[in-house]
Write a new protein. Structure first.
Length: 99
């Protein structure tokens, strides 16, 4: 899937995260802002890269501002931002590409 335009999903509320995706420069550029990055940064990175791989995204600038989100929330926010970026809001592949 190719990121077509910048898109955002999520909030800056506690237990959430805000994910921003933009067209990339040939690779995945990952940025994380989190007060718990020293504890959970590796896990957030792992969830991010797994989710992007499942969606077929390999060319993106992705920025996450984490406020204590669980893995499932991070995954949902990434999916939301990616699908907004490509303009897909109908016929989402629940149970298919989204795992």
């Amino acid at each position: 899937m190719e990121i077509k335009k910048p898109a955002v999903a999520g909030t800056m509320e506690s237990s959430d995260c805000q994910v921003t995706v933009e067209p990339g420069n040939g690779s995945v550029e990952f940025s994380l802002d989190s007060a718990v990055a020293h504890q959970f940064g590796n896990q957030i990175r792992k969830v991010t890269f797994e989710t992007l791989k499942n969606l077929g995204v390999d060319n993106v600038k992705i920025s996450i501002v984490d406020k204590g989100a669980l893995d499932c929330t991070i995954k949902a926010r990434i999916e939301g931002a990616v699908f907004r970026s490509v303009g897909q809001d109908k016929n989402l592949p629940w149970g298919g590409a989204i795992r």
